[in-house]
Write a protein of this length. Structure first.
Length: 312
């Protein structure tokens, strides 16, 4: 069983427009509303991969009820901690031949009492799971080391934690005594962490980057490189991952799908090579679909065979 954590979920609303008219009326016919947030994308793909999970996090109000209903529709078990405030909405306007304009609400501000009670709720859920994924940003009101606290609680119960966040939240987690068991930075996030430009086409540069002391104690580092695949470090071993050329329909959510693949494969004790192949296949399959956080399991085996992993 996998526990997926989304601390700031949302209703994601997609508005497709041929042309966005500024300071004028725009009428939308085809509106899509989904349960959003990085961790809920992870949840959907874990379920599509056939694994059992429970989705948790903070949720509130009528919007929170909508999110829970959509997860139920997708046959995803969920057990959120309810807060008094309303969960957020995030709008993506798809317009003018490929442009995307986003309007993202900050979401609720969490009180100290809500944070404390959520951690008790989280501890109770940990008892029934094997592995935890934590995705996305923290809502206002929570300290930057909140994920570090969650990692510590999981480790006390011998549960691994896969962390997918960025900026000061990721840096704080990496500076703590207890590190996440896996992080998944992309090229830009890796360069921000190390405050230097990295030639991602140079394997020696990537090896040197992932050997930086900032990552000491992190078991898995998986760097997403888009169409170039990925570069990973597990313990003292380094891996270069190549993927086939695919027709990209919608790349949004591919990183979350990659994390889902990592979680499912690690939770089932796959080999390093199969863990990376599962991860990259999941990310590719998402990019090939119109929906965000969605894969076609029937295509999995075909593309899994085409992912090449070389140990350096």
């Amino acid at each position: 069983m996998i526990l997926t954590v989304t601390m700031n979920p949302s209703i994601d609303i997609s508005y497709p427009l041929a042309h966005l008219k500024i300071d004028d009326v725009n009428r939308i016919k085809d509106v899509q509303k989904t349960a959003g947030g990085k961790g809920l994308n992870v949840s959907r793909v874990i379920r599509q991969l056939g694994a059992e999970l429970t989705a948790t996090g903070l949720i509130g109000g009528h919007f929170g009820q909508f999110i829970e209903a959509r997860l139920t529709d997708d046959n995803i078990r969920h057990d959120f901690y309810r807060i008094d405030q309303e969960s957020r909405e995030c709008i993506a306007i798809l317009h003018d031949g490929g442009n995307q304009t986003e309007i993202l609400e900050a979401g609720p501000t969490i009180t100290d009492a809500e944070a404390t009670t959520f951690l008790k709720h989280y501890q109770n859920l940990l008892e029934a799971v094997d592995l935890v994924t934590i995705s996305g940003s923290l809502p206002a009101g929570l300290p930057t080391d909140f994920y570090t606290t969650m990692i510590h609680l999981a480790h006390k119960m011998d549960k691994k934690v896969l962390l997918d966040t960025s900026g000061v939240t990721l840096r704080t987690a990496l500076s703590a005594t207890e590190k996440p068991d896996l992080i998944k930075p992309n090229e830009e996030e890796l360069q921000q962490l190390l405050n230097t430009k990295i030639d991602v086409q140079n394997l020696e540069s990537l090896q040197q980057a992932l050997s930086n002391p900032i990552f000491k104690g992190v078991e898995w580092i998986c760097v997403s490189l888009g169409k170039h695949g990925a570069f990973a470090k597990h313990g003292d071993n380094f891996y270069a991952v190549k993927i086939p050329t695919i027709k990209v329909v919608n790349p949004v959510g591919s990183g979350d799908s990659t994390l889902a693949g990592l979680a499912v494969a690690i939770a089932t004790d796959k080999s390093d090579i199969d863990i990376l192949k599962t991860a990259m296949t999941s990310g590719m399959l998402n990019a090939m679909e119109k929906k965000t956080g969605y894969i076609d399991p029937q295509k999995f085996t075909m593309y899994f065979k085409q992912v090449m992993v070389n140990q350096l």
